[in-house]
Design a protein around this ligand. Structure first.
Ligand SMILES: [Zn+2]
Length: 309
């Protein structure tokens, strides 16, 4: 009996990380060569239901949120028990000089109005491009604005470039609607896994402990097609998908880093705040497998070119 228990323990995966799924730029009604936007959302919702995973959508007005189809998509996510939070109306970049704090705040309120009355609305704000301001006045002014309104930052702990693969996949399908998509799926999983290991190691170094992660992916065709593969892959690596509310309840998600320009993924922002940027260099130096470096947009682009994707 003991021996059997011991063997069972040995067989358990080493990593036991927790991760919550966040999908930005919803609903994204851009026409796609193979799945309509509503069909992409239906596919994602079915995948999440079948696998019992709860997600949070970060919504915009400009991506179709301010339209009857967009509102219907928000209601479908809400009815399925998922959360919705604000990602602004216009998806502006707060680090740009021409984006003033006053205009940005008005745009954020306009975005919030689209979902405020939808069940599952959650008082979190995610910065477009993860950019939190190019001046101290804008950065801290917006922190104060959020605080006054009782809204927390919808921080990301694992950033990804799923959008980059999605763009390539769309272009391919426009040329060749029956193209074999398996190589896109395989590279997508390698990319996400490289991102997860990179940001997990970085977070452990910065916070001195395991944190529950929040991964940033997008409401896009790629996830309409492969979200189930992503969930299954992480589970096979020993990771657990958790309710976003559980991840966001960890104290690291209440941080307001004072890096400048502001924003970026949590480990990155806090490292920059401390003036310590040694991790990325050390991680690159330590990596032996080229797949380990696929977290980088540059490396991912080179690999897509090599594979003809
Ligand atoms: Zn976005």
């Amino acid at each position: 009996m003991l021996r059997r228990l011991f063997c069972l323990l040995l067989a358990l995966p080493l990593a036991a990380q927790k991760v919550a799924l966040s999908l930005d730029d919803a609903p994204s009604l851009r026409p796609s060569p193979i799945l309509t936007a509503p069909a992409q959302h239906e596919a994602m919702l079915k995948t999440l239901k079948d696998r019992k995973v709860q997600a949070i959508l970060f919504t915009n007005g400009v991506n179709g949120g301010d339209s009857p189809e967009g509102r219907a998509i928000f209601r479908a996510w809400s009815a399925a028990g998922h959360r919705l939070a604000n990602h602004s109306y216009s998806h502006w970049d707060l680090n740009r000089d021409e984006v003033t704090l006053a205009a940005y705040e008005a745009d954020v309120l306009k975005g919030e109005a689209l979902i405020r009355d939808v069940p599952g609305f959650t008082r979190l704000y995610r910065y477009p491009f993860l950019r939190a301001g190019n001046t101290v006045a804008k950065r801290d002014g917006f922190y104060a604005f959020l605080k006054t309104r009782g809204v927390a930052i919808g921080h990301v702990s694992i950033d990804t470039a799923d959008w980059l693969l999605d763009e390539r996949l769309r272009k391919r399908l426009e040329r060749e609607p029956k193209a074999d998509l398996a190589p896109y799926r395989d590279l997508y999983l390698k990319h996400l896994w490289a991102c997860a290991r990179f940001y997990d190691a970085w977070s452990r170094e910065v916070f001195g402990r395991e944190i529950p992660h929040v991964i940033l992916m997008h409401s896009r065709l790629l996830n309409g097609l492969f979200l189930g593969d992503v969930i299954d892959f992480f589970r096979a690596q020993g990771w657990t998908w958790v309710d976003p509310a559980i991840a966001f309840a960890d104290p690291v998600y209440a941080l307001t880093p004072k890096n400048l320009p502001g924003g970026e993924a949590l480990a990155d922002a806090v490292s920059a705040e401390r003036g310590d940027q040694g991790f990325v260099k050390a991680w690159r130096a330590r990596s032996k497998d080229p797949d380990d470096l696929l977290f980088s947009e540059g490396r991912l682009t080179v690999r897509m070119d090599q594979l003809g994707l």
